[in-house]
Every structure is written in structure tokens, then in C-alpha cells.
Design a protein around this ligand. Sequence first.
Ligand code: GSF
Length: 204
Amino acid sequence: MKLIGSLTSPYVRKVRIVFSEKKVDVDLELENVWATDTKIALNNPLGKVPCLLLDDGAAIYDSRVIAEYGDTLSPVAQLIPSGGRERATVKTWEALADGIMDAGILARLEATWRPADQQSPAWIDRQMRKIDGALRQISSELGENTWCHSNQLTLADIAVGCALGYLILRFPAVTWQIQYPNLDRLYQKLMQRPSFSETAPPAA
Ligand code: GSF
């Protein structure tokens, strides 16, 4: 099994952490999807990472599908509840955290990809408001709890941790650590795990 990805993508980090927590070995093949000669579309026509290549050559994407699949690969540390309301709750946490990444990437692309005279500050503001709203919601739902859901690490914590790590990397001006001390506490605790510390993105 081979994971195609980059060291800075928060979605790639999320699935690497899932594999690490599940004690499943996966080779990481680095791919720069922004390079003109990228070959990512040979495996994922959407041109995005992460993309998991199974031993028979089948490709699995996107990160939510890979995370779900990864959770089935070993009995170690169940990260997603098996079904019902609890499963939907953890997947909603993931959707919220992924939404921070999605909005951050859209805001960043607007500012870095487009020529200055074609950029829309209103679009960037719209994305930043989504990030603010999601952080507020995550902090309020976490409250004084140790974990986002139940009394153990789940995919909810992994996804939230990756979203926070992405903000540290790309949006240092968003001061969520000061605004939401409970999120800071969660992130510091997650970073003590090898799965998180070993996948921390390289400095920008
Ligand atoms: C998002 C993946 C994505 O946007 C998922 O896997 O959960 N919903 C998908 N990946 C980015 C890399 S990054 O910025 O994290 C990507 O591959 N973008 C290339 C492109 O052309 O959009």
C-alpha cells in the first residue's frame, strides 16, 4: 500500500495519523500536485492528494474515505464508532475540521494563485469567517472535555488537530491559541503523540 501525498497537506497528515495510530505501515510517496509535470491525475483524476494506492493498483480517495478504510485495517484503536448516531457525530467533527482546511485553502489560493488585481477580499473574508465560526463551534463543543468525542482519541481529535496544525502553518495571524485555550490544550496534548509529532508540517 502506498500513500501519495505531501508533507504540508493537512488532509494527508490526517490519514497518515490514522495509519500511525492503527499501527499500519504505509509508504509515503511525495507528489507536488502544483507542479506542471505532476502525475497525480494518473491515479486521481481530481488531481488531489491524499490518494491511497492499494497493492492491486486500485486508488482510494479522498481523505475521508481513506481514513474510514484505514480504521478497518487493524483492530488497534478504533477511531470511528461502528455505526448509528455516534458514527455520524464523529464524522461531523471531521467535516467541521475539514471545513477549516477547505476554507483556508480557498482563502490562500485566492491570495497566492491569482494576480493581485483579480483577487477578491470579500471572498477571502467569506472563507475566514467560516474558519472563525468553525473554531468557535469546536471550542464550545470541546468545552472542558479531554477529547472531542467520548473518553478516547477518535478521528474527531485527529481531524481537529490537523486543522489547527494547518492554521499554525499557513495562518499564524489567526490567534486561536489565545482565543480558545481549550483548543491549545488539546493541540499540545495531541502533539505529544508520535503520530502527530512525526507528521508535523515542515516550517513554511
Ligand atoms: C481535499 C484534498 C485537497 O484539496 C480530501 O482529500 O479530503 N476533500 C479532499 N488536497 C490538496 C492538497 S492540500 O492543499 O492539502 C490538493 O491536492 N489540491 C490540488 C488541487 O488541484 O486542488
